[in-house]
Ligand binder design. Structure first.
Ligand code: ADP
Length: 182
């Protein structure tokens, strides 16, 4: 059974939904950098105030800051973990690699949720989160294409990539992921 998982895909591809389902079923830690940052904003912490404007513009928070959050959470005792929303660029992928070597917790699989751009834009507009306005979505999708998409090839080269067609209903997708986890 694979226990160190990563979800890759555009905003709105369904990473959060699938990662949450899977983490509940397996008692794995669900580590969503976006979710953690949003909580900090909600609680109006120092960190939250630092990242609020960046997130609401749809831009990326600094690599250093998200790395700290990720390291802190992975150091905790857990049965397994699912990374969602991290890494988002090559520099973050390299940092993650170093942390995982240090912690002796090698990545087992990367699920790449693939979805056509027009479908994800529709999904995001329906979701209506605070950072889901039309302009912010455009920024996020552009950043995704430019900086995150190259990670598909990066993980393919490491023979870790599992392709998932994410333009299907939730249950079909989670069934396929479950099979590929065995
Ligand atoms: P989505 O999957 O819809 O893009 P997330 O919840 O993953 O949403 O992320 C929301 C926002 O949080 C991002 O637009 C970005 O500003 C910030 N964020 C999340 N993860 C990272 C990361 N790894 N590096 C930098 N910024 C991040």
């Amino acid at each position: 059974m694979k226990k160190h998982l990563l979800f890759l895909g555009a905003p709105g591809a369904g990473k959060g939904t699938q990662a949450q389902l899977l983490s509940q079923n397996n008692s794995y830690l669900h580590l969503s950098t976006g979710e953690l940052l949003r909580k900090e904003i909600e609680m109006n912490t120092y960190l939250g105030r630092t990242v609020k404007d960046i997130i609401n513009r749809g831009e990326l928070v600094s690599d250093e800051l998200v790395l700290k959050i990720v390291r802190h959470n992975l150091e905790k005792e857990n049965k397994g973990w699912i990374l969602d929303g991290y890494p988002r660029n090559l520099s973050q992928a390299n940092s993650l690699n170093e942390v995982l070597l240090e912690l002796k917790q090698p990545l087992d699989v990367v699920f790449y949720l693939d979805i056509p751009e027009e479908v994800l834009i529709k999904r995001l507009l329906l979701r209506g989160r605070k950072d889901d306005t039309e302009e912010t979505i455009r920024t996020r999708v552009n950043i995704y294409k430019k900086t995150t998409e190259p990670l598909i090839q990066y993980f393919k080269d490491l023979s870790l990539l599992e392709y998932i067609n994410a333009d299907r209903d939730l249950k079909t997708i989670s069934y396929e992921i479950k099979q590929k986890m065995a």
